[in-house]
Design a protein around this ligand. Structure first.
Ligand code: SF4
Length: 379
């Protein structure tokens, strides 16, 4: 049985999600009971449609639900049309400074605009952007960032603080509410963990809009992932957050992997293989670290939710295998035991174990896919 299925009988695993209203980002629902979506952002020049589409493909393969693309100039919004046509996932156009880019992006196929209505300028311009969003089925993300708070709020509060960030967010939201535009989500990001978490906690109480979570400018792959996991993880654990982006100074696919790992650890999403592995010690019957590295790479293409335990010896191996779909336990003398659904099934030599485990996982994934397709066809 998959680990994530245990919430009904193990209530300490349950996370009560904050009830937010549901909006759409193209084909993806955000908020309400929709699964928490994982997003990243391209870093190729948007005007280079080919390079941007290629990067989006990589993100799609890694499981991205939504991808954000910057639109800093007219060349970018011109290329956006081609990019949006080719992308399989909905795209968010990131707009700063110029409202016209927002209108162009909405008309070019953006599923969502990241734009702060209070920064657009005159009310006439705000109305133009909101009409373009409405007419093109675009939602909006209000993105408040501690580093770019409005001057009057900084003067009022003295420095970026949760009250200032939430006030900024609600000011932007009010503009959309007044125009009867309710298809928006909000983020209040800061690079400081305490500020980020406190701002989201306060915002979660103040609105029913879905929330986009992120710790901005978190850092490199390891430190940024840890920082994000602490900040976003504590919010997600408290039921706050409807879509997430892990901001890393690393390849965009790493953000998707980190996002899914975070959600998998909390049992909030189950995409892909969830590997449970021991840290290894002198008792290990095979090289656990190298094996897990190899399996993570070989199984990255699997999207079906499968749990796999890779444990160095019998101290913890059979116990972990009892709660995973597949398990391998090192047993000494150059071989270990393979488990299916907690049952010992076959002895496998250390030389062939990676190939055998990959084949077993692929086989299980193929069966799950076939069952899902048969169910869909029957419906
Ligand atoms: S499961 Fe066995 S090999 Fe792995 S860390 Fe524990 S004692 Fe060591």
């Amino acid at each position: 049985m998959a680990v994530e299925d245990h919430t009904k009988v193990r209530p300490w695993r349950a996370i009560d999600r904050r009830s937010s209203r549901k909006i759409r980002v193209g084909s993806v629902e955000v908020g309400g009971d929709a699964p928490i979506s994982v997003q990243s952002m391209t870093n190729t020049p948007t005007s280079d449609a080919r390079a941007t589409i290629d990067q989006i493909r990589g993100l799609e393969e890694a499981g991205a639900d939504i991808v954000r693309v910057s639109c800093p100039d007219e060349e970018s919004t011109a290329a956006f049309r081609t990019i949006a046509r080719e992308a399989k996932v909905p795209l968010v156009a990131d707009i700063h400074f110029h409202y016209k880019r927002g209108i162009e992006a909405a008309e070019a196929g953006a599923a969502c605009l990241r734009i702060n209505p209070g920064n657009i300028g005159s009310m006439a311009r705000v109305k133009e952007v909101v009409s373009a969003a409405r007419n093109n089925g675009c939602s909006i993300r209000i993105g408040v960032n501690a580093g770019s708070l409005e001057r009057e709020l900084l003067e009022k509060y003295g420095e970026p603080c949760p009250d200032a960030m939430v006030e900024s967010a609600l000011n932007h939201a009010r503009i959309l509410d007044d125009l009867d535009f309710r298809e928006y989500k909000i983020s209040v990001k800061a690079s400081d963990l305490f500020l980020t978490v406190a701002a989201y906690q306060m915002l979660a109480e103040a609105t029913d809009a879905p929330l986009h979570l992120g710790v901005t400018e978190a850092g490199g792959l390891r430190s940024g992932t840890i920082k994000s996991a602490i900040g976003m993880g504590s919010l997600l654990w408290a039921g706050i957050g409807d879509t997430i982006r892990v901001s890393l100074s690393a390849e965009p696919v790493e953000e998707i992997r980190a996002g899914f790992d975070m959600l998998k650890a909390l049992g909030l999403r189950t995409r892909g293989v969830n590997i449970i592995a021991c840290p290894s010690c002198a008792r290990q019957g095979f090289d656990v670290i190298r094996t897990v590295e190899a399996l993570e790479a070989r199984l990255a293409h699997i999207s079906e939710p499968i749990s796999l335990s890779i444990i160095g010896c019998v101290v913890n191996g059979p116990g972990e295998a009892a709660y995973t779909d597949l398990g391998f336990t090192g047993g000494g003398k150059g071989a270990g035991m393979l488990y299916f659904a907690g049952q010992q099934t076959e002895k496998v030599s250390n030389e062939t174990m990676i190939e055998r485990i990959v084949a077993a996982v692929e086989d299980k994934a193929a069966k799950m896919r076939a069952e899902r397709e048969a169910l869909a066809a029957a419906e």
